[in-house]
Design a binder for this molecule. Structure first.
Ligand code: NAD
Length: 248
């Protein structure tokens, strides 16, 4: 479909959900994929093994994106070892939901630490080799709630809205280096993150989605694979909504 032969791609939080689907989609386009995980090396290894079994190239890299030193060291090492780092999918994220009145200070801090600061630190480190190569693709995972808002998701929505500002700023800053920076804003996607929603709630939700169904991790990964590709070279600073028409 899209060309990624010879490229090296790092996907943070790549061992499950949308991250895993991104790893598989990028590898299927020919990229060597680095599957990042914070905890649970086994699951990350399982993803890499599945990619290799399918004829692709993959390896794993353990670091917590909220640990700046560890993240910077790991990304530097990946770029050094491969002599390049072409694509970053800043996917790692957490959701801690609750009504504003009950929002805890530590949850607010943790959400920003992982979802915003972690993503920015990854981008700062990953764009170094991209700048040298004068080619790069950065993709941030935002969310429909970053644009729409949602009851019980004030802090999470704030982090996902923040990533839109981050996307547009870095896109402007690095355009002259041929690095494109975009956000993908998924709607409701079936993953572990949304597994607390009951089937009945899901049915109600599907009624609010013009395409009549919730999304899959593969739906989101296809958008990421496009934005990472050679063919998306004239697309930067954009928000690609993968939400079944839930927010247009
Ligand atoms: P998920 O919980 O299944 O996966 C998140 C991944 O991020 C996990 O592998 C987790 O281990 C990893 N992660 C969390 N904290 C980390 C850290 N500090 N360092 C490294 N890795 C870390 O969720 P998902 O649904 O696959 O979500 C992926 C991304 O998409 C997230 O950024 C999420 O906010 C966003 N998103 C999801 C949905 C949805 O409906 N599922 C909708 C919109 C946006």
């Amino acid at each position: 479909m899209f060309k990624l032969e010879g490229r090296v791609a790092l996907v943070t939080g790549g061992s499950r959900g949308i991250g895993r689907a991104c790893c598989e989609a990028l590898a299927a386009q020919g990229a060597t994929v680095v599957v990042n995980y914070a905890k649970g090396e086994d699951k990350a290894r399982e993803v890499a093994d599945a990619i290799v079994k399918a004829g692709g190239k993959a390896e794993i890299a353990g670091f917590d994106v909220s640990d700046t030193k560890a993240t910077e060291a790991a990304i530097e090492e990946i770029a050094k070892r491969h002599g390049r780092l072409d694509v970053l999918v800043a996917n790692a994220g957490i959701a801690i939901d609750g009504l504003l009145l009950r929002l805890k200070e530590e949850d607010l801090a943790r959400l920003f630490d992982v979802n915003v600061r972690g993503a920015i630190v990854c981008a700062r480190a990953a764009t170094r080799p991209m700048m040298k190569a004068k080619w790069g693709r950065v993709i941030f995972l935002s969310s429909v709630v970053g644009e729409m808002g949602n009851v019980g998701q004030t802090a999470y929505a704030a982090t996902k809205a923040a990533l839109l500002g981050v996307t547009k700023s870095i896109a402007r800053e690095y355009a002259s280096r041929n690095i494109t920076v975009n956000a993908v804003a998924p709607g409701y996607i079936d993953t572990d993150m949304t597994s607390n929603i009951t089937d009945a709630m899901k049915e109600q939700l599907a009624k609010l989605i013009p395409l009549g169904r919730t999304g899959s991790a593969k739906d989101v990964a296809a958008a990421c694979a496009y934005l990472a590709s050679e063919e998306a070279g004239y697309v930067t600073g954009q928000v690609l909504r993968v939400n079944g028409g839930m927010y247009v």
